[in-house]
Design a protein around this ligand. Structure first.
Ligand code: PPS
Length: 283
């Protein structure tokens, strides 16, 4: 099956939507990072918006949460360079495509990981609802596409492994969606510790309340949508982001055979991964 379509182009072997122009992707390597830039990194549908909302409250108004670095055309990079405050930059980029200056300057990065089975289901719905993504035939066809990395942003496995391989270069903090669902208080404390932000337990409790799934979903209904109001390069429509926000939804979708195929691929690809023992794969 061809990965190319009117909405998708392949760059460095990875499918991107046309919302990330080839010209922009080509010029990423010239991007000037700043020492205090913070990257919020994820494979799509792993909890990026949740993490960004936590950041917004942790820093209050002293930072700019920008649009994703791979979204738009080259003028976007100029816009980013003109931001006067500390920048929090979301991205779905594989480590190998990250602008080199972030690596040279050892910028902090937080990478959020979700059980790939739930990630796959969440991305399936995104494909169905998001006009920026090509039409897919159904769950069965999509499942094979996901497993073989023929979806936007490429292979989940390659994405995770690329960031794990270089984890020490930037001191990347890895967070796990399911651990956040289980104990958001400790997760917020962990993030604030990583960033060196002093925060009281009461303040942490407040952040937990303000960033709950229901609170964030309700807020979307009240907001106007503008082209920059998601932290996902694949859409500007926030209404597409908040679907269920649960753990284990994959069980409603995977057949026994699909589950076996997925487990085989996971075990092969993640065999030498140290992160694998932290991923909530069996939830
Ligand atoms: N606050 C909060 N708590 C728990 N879960 C949450 C929260 N906010 C978003 N979500 C769920 O995260 C999924 C979307 O992931 P992303 O934000 O990474 O999407 S995107 O790739 O940036 O578009 C998507 O998952 P699914 O519901 O399974 O589709 C969202 O519902």
């Amino acid at each position: 099956m061809s990965l190319q379509s009117d909405l998708i182009h392949v760059f460095n072997g990875i499918p991107f939507t046309t919302r990330s122009s080839a010209e922009l992707l080509r010029s990423l390597d010239e991007f000037q990072a700043r020492h205090d830039d913070l990257l919020l990194v994820s494979y799509p549908k792993s909890g990026t918006h949740w993490l960004a909302e936590i950041m917004k409250h942790l820093y209050s108004s002293k930072v700019s949460i920008t649009s994703p670095i791979e979204f738009g055309n080259v003028s976007k990079l100029e816009e980013l360079s003109n931001i006067p405050t500390k920048r929090i930059i979301p991205t779905h980029l594989n480590f190998n495509m990250l602008p080199a200056d972030f690596k040279a300057k050892k910028c902090k990065a937080i990478y959020i990981i979700r059980n790939p089975k739930d990630t796959a289901v969440s991305l399936f719905h995104y494909y169905r609802d998001n006009p920026n993504l090509p039409t897919i035939e159904g769950w069965g066809t999509y499942f094979d596409m996901f497993l073989h990395g023929e979806v936007v942003c490429g292979s989940w496995f390659d994405h995770i492994l690329s960031w794990e391989e270089h984890r020490n270069e930037m001191g990347t903090l890895f967070l796990y969606y399911e651990a956040m669902k289980k104990d958001i208080f400790q997760s917020v404390k962990k993030i604030s510790h990583y960033l060196g932000i002093n925060i009281t337990d009461n303040e942490v409790h407040e952040i937990c309340k303000k960033t709950s799934f229901s609170e964030m979903k309700n807020n979307v209904e009240k907001e106007n949508t503008d082209p920059n109001n998601t932290v996902c390069s694949l859409t500007s429509n926030k209404k597409l982001i908040f679907r269920k926000g649960t753990v284990g939804d994959w069980k409603q979708y995977f057949s026994n055979k699909q589950n076996r195929l997925f487990d085989e691929m996971y075990n092969t690809k993640m065999d030498s991964s140290n992160l694998a023992k932290h991923i909530h794969y069996d939830n």
